[in-house]
Design a protein around this ligand. Structure first.
Ligand SMILES: [Zn+2]
Length: 171
């Protein structure tokens, strides 16, 4: 095995002044341009509306909106106001937080097919009012269960997907 020349650093060298050490807090503010289609979609949440777009070629109504159809490669500029209701395409019952800590009551991420959009067109969100125990949740939620968005109060909305607090089962 080849030997590399040099001097290994020790903890004492780093903490005891043996080598030059500097530290600073990184301040990495940034702005992100959502683009024309996504910006109008996000602005719609302030008004409690979910916007989609319709392709002039294949006539699919898509959500989230996009600037061109990925099947026809046609530019899209026809906007369609969708319902704030839909059906569960799929969901998961999670007892683990993002930092791997355990949850007492589960989080329920769900893919929601939005009413007014073409079949299969859906957004990722989460379910609420679905029960606290596994038995309650399994009794209330199924694939295809109709759901409705629960919006934050208007004054709290900020043009974000989180302006919808969650979807709740209806009917
Ligand atoms: Zn198309």
């Amino acid at each position: 095995m080849k030997e590399f020349r040099g001097t290994s650093l020790t903890d004492l060298a780093l903490s005891g002044g043996g080598v030059l050490v500097t530290s600073w807090a990184v301040k990495a503010d940034y702005h992100w341009d959502a683009g024309a289609a996504m910006s109008r979609y996000l602005d719609g949440f302030r008004d409690g509306k979910i916007w989609g777009v319709r392709c002039p070629e294949c006539r699919r109504t898509m959500v989230p909106p996009r600037g061109f159809c990925e099947l026809c490669f046609r530019p899209i500029d026809q906007w369609v106001e969708l319902q704030d209701t839909g059906r569960i395409n799929t969901f998961s019952i999670s007892y683990v937080n993002w930092d791997a800590s355990r949850r007492r009551t589960p989080e329920i991420p769900a893919v929601i097919e939005i009413d007014g959009a073409s079949p299969g067109m859906s957004i990722l969100h989460k379910m609420g009012e679905a029960g606290d125990t596994l038995e309650e949740i399994q009794a209330r939620l199924r694939l295809g269960t109709p759901v409705q968005a629960v919006w934050k109060p208007r004054e709290s909305r900020e043009g974000s997907i989180t302006d919808i607090e969650y979807f709740r089962p209806i009917g």
